[in-house]
Design a protein around this ligand. Structure first.
Ligand code: G6P
Length: 612
């Protein structure tokens, strides 16, 4: 959601800001804009894509060595040219970009209107810039001080950047609940919602903390204060991100590239953490808390979207291996239903972006009740990674496609390692099983590579089902979350209605939908409840549904019944999600491409959901 970029330094800002906006497109947005200072404070914005903005400014003056740029995902006011950011202050001396929501904007607006302020847009953001200007004029303070004072009056979440025509060498930014990263170059500064627009210029970054205001000026040191006016020292970290990770590298879409990266991303998630020969699973990030995890009477997993599906796999893993009860909660439900949390609880928060507002709020709630919070995040330095007591990064590399693919398999990999580690400590897993699973885990990246060979088969299948209106996905046990994830992938990017169901539950409702038009994807790999799934397939067949079955290599029985069969290599039952998910990702991808959908940026969706 909303992308922020800022630049100040000796270079021309426009190309840096535009490239930054393109890099942030993946977050999801509906309009874009830019403001530059070169004597004048120029502001250009438009509904639509970053390319529309680029066309719009073609014949305009885009000079200036300082500027801010924004991609907006509408919250207050429809996506149109006026509501797009940046927004001017009343005098047009200041401009602001904002990610987040100012919850008390209505009361501030009313107050400002009484004092003669006019509003052009329907946004909460315009209220904030008028307030900053009002404070600056009335209290005769510097811009950073005016921003700080204004933020003390604000309820809500924000990452903002403000520039002033009267101070054309300075960017003032602040955050609370929405992310902001500062890149420190040789003689310039880059600001952005995440590190992707920054990585090609500098690897020295500062992640702004909650309720901090930063002021960066050309050729000066970075200055950080809290909104309560305490000076802070900037903690400069090294960014581990390379340009190749941010480009499509010959693939048509980021999503396809990310699907194909999975042999590596899974390996990277395990690197240095598993040694099958020595029988070791080691997760350095949680070592101080693993005893507490082993002693826990229950684990609560909180997450949203695809990460929630990974959490469901986690439930099966922890209960199966470590014999500890697990509850998997949608973060948004958990936080609003007065949950029972104690100091003995372990809460595992899973998030690719590390910025999902509901997950972050669920963490804060659980923390306030004394629970221990363990994170599983992909984005290093993200808000969730920093809000947790300890955690394990997935190390899947930047995920740009809005539909999550490699992050999911990396999350499942980490959950497998965590469950194995705790099981080993508790002695709830037999030695032979422990060693067998470790050996199999090490073989998984190769098996993922093998699984990817079904790509052409799925392309063919996508041709058959391009214009189908409904899909049902069925699975049991470890394959139930896989069914949910398969259905989510399809609806996210192809806009086909799809439902995931526990296979046995089908007869309690969805079976009413089955006729010869209805494709049913069944994950029917050879372990666990295979025989039961066979019966469910029979039930679909009896009603003339079309069966697409994901089976284990060499399967004979399902083949006799299914209309289409996709094979995945044999593996341990608990590792099947790492393989069975892949054909489902590819099926969604090819159907979406054939329907001419925007695969990487599906309508209405955002990669990083920073509002509740
Ligand atoms: C959005 C994304 C999904 C993601 C979910 C949770 O809806 O489009 O792909 O699964 O947020 O995001 P997180 O970053 O917390 O995993």
């Amino acid at each position: 959601m909303c992308g922020i970029v800022g630049y100040v330094g000796p270079k021309q800002a426009f190309p840096i800001l535009m490239k930054g906006l393109y890099r942030l497109e993946y977050r999801g947005y509906d309009s874009a804009g830019i403001a530059l200072i070169d004597g004048d404070l120029k502001l250009y914005k438009t509904k639509g894509k970053v390319s529309d903005l680029e066309n719009f400014v073609k014949d305009k003056d885009t000079t200036g060595t300082i500027g801010i740029a924004h991609t907006r995902w509408a919250t207050h006011g429809e996506p149109n040219n006026t509501n797009a950011h940046p927004h001017y202050s009343q005098s047009k001396n200041l401009a602001i970009i904002h990610n987040g929501i100012i919850e008390n904007y209505a009361s501030i607006k009313e107050e400002l209107m009484k004092r003669g302020y006019h509003f052009e847009s329907d946004t909460d953001t315009e209220v904030l810039i008028h307030l900053i200007e009002d404070i600056r004029n009335n209290e005769k303070v510097s811009l950073d001080e005016a921003v700080r004072i204004a933020l003390n009056q604000v309820v809500g979440a924000y990452a903002i950047v403000v520039i002033s025509k009267e101070d054309p060498d300075m960017l003032v930014a602040a955050r609370k609940g929405s992310p902001l990263v500062i890149g420190i170059g040789d003689d310039d500064f880059y600001l952005a919602s995440d590190a992707t627009p920054i990585a090609e210029y500098t690897h020295d970054v500062v992640y702004l903390d909650e309720e901090e205001v930063v002021c960066v000026r050309k050729n000066r040191k970075i200055k950080i204060k809290t909104i309560t006016n305490k000076d802070k020292t900037a903690y400069v970290q090294k960014l581990e991100m390379n340009l190749g990770q941010l480009e499509k590298g010959g693939y048509d879409h980021f999503m396809l590239k990310e699907i194909y990266e999975q042999p590596h991303s899974i390996l990277d998630s395990m690197r240095g953490r598993v040694n099958a020969k020595k029988g070791i699973v080691k997760l350095g990030g949680i070592s101080d808390y693993e005893q507490k995890m082993a002693n826990a009477d229950r684990i609560i997993i909180v997450a949203c979207g695809t990460s929630w599906h990974a959490g469901l796999v986690g439930e099966y893993l922890f209960e199966d291996l470590a014999r500890v009860p697990v509850e998997v909660e949608y973060a948004s439900e958990f936080r609003y239903r007065n949950p029972i949390i104690t100091e003995d609880d372990i809460v595992i928060a899973i998030s690719q972006s590390g910025e999902t507002a509901d997950t972050l709020a669920a963490i804060e709630l659980a923390k306030s009740k004394g629970a221990t919070i363990i994170g599983i995040c992909n984005v290093v330095g993200s808000s969730i990674a920093r809000a947790t007591h300890a955690g394990t990064y997935t190390h899947a590399g930047p995920e740009i496609g809005v539909a999550s693919t490699k992050a999911f398999t990396a999350q499942v990999t980490i959950l497998t390692l965590m469950a194995l580690r705790i099981a080993h400590m508790k002695g709830t897993i037999e030695k032979s099983r422990f060693h067998r699973i470790l050996n199999e885990l090490e073989a998984i990246p190769e098996k993922v590579k093998e699984t990817l060979k079904v790509d052409n088969q799925l392309k063919e299948l996508a041709r058959v089902f391009t214009y189908t209106r409904n899909f049902l996905y069925l699975g049991r046990g470890y394959n139930f979350p896989v069914a949910l994830e398969g259905a989510l992938k399809l609806k996210e990017i192809s806009y086909i209605h799809a439902e995931g169901y526990p296979a046995a539950e089908m007869k309690h409702g969805p079976i009413a939908l089955i006729d010869k038009e209805m494709p049913v994807v069944v994950i029917a790999t050879n372990k666990g409840t295979y025989d039961k799934v066979m019966s469910n397939i029979q039930e679909v067949k009896a009603r003339k549904g079309k069966i697409i079955a994901i089976v284990t290599k060499g399967d004979k029985d399902v083949k006799k019944l299914a209309d289409y069969v996709i094979e995945v290599p044999e593996t341990e039952e608990l590792l099947v999600p790492l393989l069975a998910t892949i054909p489902l990702q590819l099926l969604s991808y090819h159907i979406a491409v054939m329907r001419d959908c925007n695969v990487d940026q599906p309508r209405n969706l955002a990669k990083s959901v920073t509002v509740e």
